[in-house]
Design a binder for this molecule. Sequence first.
Ligand SMILES: [Zn+2]
Length: 147
Amino acid sequence: MDPEALEHLDGTRGRMRIEVLEAWAGASVRIAVPRQLVCASCEGGGCDRCQRSGALRPPPDGSLSLRLPRALGEGVVVRVADPFGPNGTVDLLLIEVRRGDVAVGCCLVSISHDLAASPQPRARVELVRVALGVALLVVIILVLSLR
Ligand SMILES: [Zn+2]
């Protein structure tokens, strides 16, 4: 166990999982934090740290920035101390990072230089932006036509 985890042994520990594209190794991602995190102390079974609920509640609409490890292997666990600040409800967050065909629970913020040569993830991000812009335009037109 690493020193950071030991330091927070008495605190609340939450666990969550994200999936990233293989090309994102070493890149920065933004993680959408779920409404409930599994209590990592009891694996959801219920203990004193989670008031027997088996879950921890992060702040609503919480999101986190995370730098992914350069080597993802078959999956890695990244530990984030005080993910929502020192007075947050979660003292230590364990983020399980796995490789997947599509990103789950996170989106790409920036990819490091040596990986920028592969255009695919960047193109996808652009595509999403364009799609969002079109959707917004449609909503505006709808609202205007309803008046
Ligand atoms: Zn618990």
